[in-house]
Design a protein around this ligand. Sequence first.
Ligand SMILES: C[S@@+](CC[C@H](N)C(=O)[O-])C[C@H]1O[C@@H](n2cnc3c(N)ncnc32)[C@H](O)[C@@H]1O
Length: 247
Amino acid sequence: MESNRQVWEKASQKHVREYDDLLRQAREGGSLLPRERTVLRPALIAEPAVVHLQSGHGLDDVDLIRSGARSVVGVDFSRVATSAAQRRADELGLACRYVVAELPGAPLATGCADLVYTGKGALIWMPDLTPWAQDAARLLRPGGHLFIYESHPAVPLWSWDADQPRIRPDRSYFAHSFVNDSFPADGAVEWQWTLGEIVTALVTAGLSLVHLSEHPEPFWRPQDDTDAAAWHGRLPNTFMLLARRPG
Ligand SMILES: C[S@@+](CC[C@H](N)C(=O)[O-])C[C@H]1O[C@@H](n2cnc3c(N)ncnc32)[C@H](O)[C@@H]1O
């Protein structure tokens, strides 16, 4: 965990280097994808207090506020990422507050959130899903929702070959971890969770499944001209999940 934190602290300098570009992107909007907006719409109409776990650059928070959220509290263990996100939110006059903390174990009150939002490269940094799911459920008020838009657990298997997708010989769907070789790299260890493990962790934490869908588009692409055949519609690259705390 500590070595991953150090890698992320260094990688998050990107948010500082590219501050002006991210500010422009924030002003333009579009970080929250149409598909996310569709599933989130009923929750956003109620002007929720949102907690964003692993908030990273925080661009989603700008869209969440503009789509109806009353407030967003972002939690991330990178001081660099949270301070860049706070600076931008302040500049735009948005009701976003950023907290530096390691997850799971958000230093926020039980039941403080109408909506917990997370994903886009979040679950893979959790070495144990049970406390993560319990923490997300704890933050929700009864009737509140957890939303995840995340890389599909099968993604580590896909090669980035341009002619056709291949299964990487060094990966297994059922492995526990591997060393990240894209971003942030630098020796960061990613954890693997199957879709079954993710759903079971949430149900065991007392949440009810409302929506689960799998999608061909990746949420992230490298900033070069890589265009993998695995991203062309035949394979799952993302999933979206909505769960509700009963009551
Ligand atoms: C790929 S980024 C995604 C974040 C966000 N969804 C976004 O789109 O920017 C992953 C984030 O998780 C944070 N992170 C990783 N492990 C963490 C942990 N155990 N506790 C808190 N934050 C963590 C990193 O600092 C990083 O900002």
